[in-house]
Write a protein that binds this ligand. Structure first.
Ligand code: HEC
Ligand code: HEC
Length: 215
């Protein structure tokens, strides 16, 4: 008797039909899938990716990898800009494997890792945030507490106060989007993005809703 037939016979001996076994395996797979998706959904910071993947070569500079902490090695690369460096790292170049050899490192993670290495080598770049899944997006209330409240709580310098509809309504005549743009650009003595450069447009929208409604 061949192996497959033998196995089938064993299962039927203990009274479990084969299809029941298959169904339960499927259930297990479906049950596991969403959990894996969640695990992968968390995007790693540049530092994490560098330590886990890139440092293996870029710490020592093996095979001519630009060394972390060597401003000269990175200076000529940084003039290419982050987008083009990210493209190269995704595709691979000479002894540098695509994605640094880890296909599960996403594009935005690569871009962050490069930014991290550039900054450890005398640069001053801002780590990009993801367009698809912004990491830890802050709520309107959080952004307001963190920054906007500083001026908009008391109304200092003529800032329209939090939840004071009468102060906001005239400004709202230009439209909500125009107000968001104004918060992005800055307005009068109000600094661009309330002075926090890494605030995303969506966070500013949420903050503005909170400022107008007071909740
Ligand atoms: C197996 C070793 C290895 C790993 C791992 C590795 N690199 Fe590299 N990397 C290299 C080498 C070698 C070069 C130099 C390639 C050359 O000769 O132009 C390089 C070059 C680069 C460059 C410059 C590309 C250019 O335009 O010349 C960037 C950017 C880069 N790596 C990013 C990364 C990032 C980000 C990671 C981690 C996700 C990573 N590398 C992981 C070996 C590696
Ligand atoms: C340093 C003080 C300060 C901070 C911090 C600040 N604002 Fe303002 N904001 C002002 C002042 C002052 C005005 C009124 C400016 C004027 O009309 O000349 C204003 C006006 C605005 C307006 C109306 C703009 C318009 O076109 O009429 C919006 C929208 C706004 N702020 C949003 C925000 C948001 C969102 C934050 C937090 C991310 C924030 N502000 C943080 C001082 C500040």
């Amino acid at each position: 008797m061949n192996k497959k037939a033998l196995i089938e016979q064993r299962w039927s001996l203990i009274g479990i039909p084969r299809y029941a076994l298959l169904v339960s395996i499927h259930c297990l797979v479906y049950w596991l899938a969403p959990q894996t998706a969640i695990a992968q959904g968390r995007e790693r910071s540049g530092q994490e990716v560098v330590e886990a993947v890139c440092a293996a070569c870029h710490r020592t500079g093996v095979d001519g990898a630009p060394r972390i902490g060597d401003p000269k090695a990175w200076a000529k690369l940084t003039s290419q800009g982050l987008t083009s460096l990210t493209d190269v790292a995704l595709r691979g170049i000479k002894n540098m494997p695509p994605h640094g050899g880890n296909p599960d490192v996403t594009e935005v993670e690569i871009a962050r890792a490069i930014t991290n290495m550039v900054n450890q080598s005398g640069g001053n770049w801002t780590e990009p945030i993801s367009k698809s899944a912004p990491p830890n997006e802050r709520s309107g209330a959080e952004v307001v507490q963190m920054r906007c409240a500083m001026c908009h709580e008391t109304g200092s310098g003529g800032a329209p106060k939090i939840g004071e509809r009468a102060a906001w309504i005239p400004r709202l005549r230009q439209g909500f989007d125009a107000l968001v743009r104004s918060a992005i650009k800055g307005h009068g003595s109000m600094p661009s993005r309330g002075g926090v450069v890494d605030t995303t447009d969506d966070e500013l929208r949420a903050a503005l809703t909170y400022l107008i409604n007071g909740k």
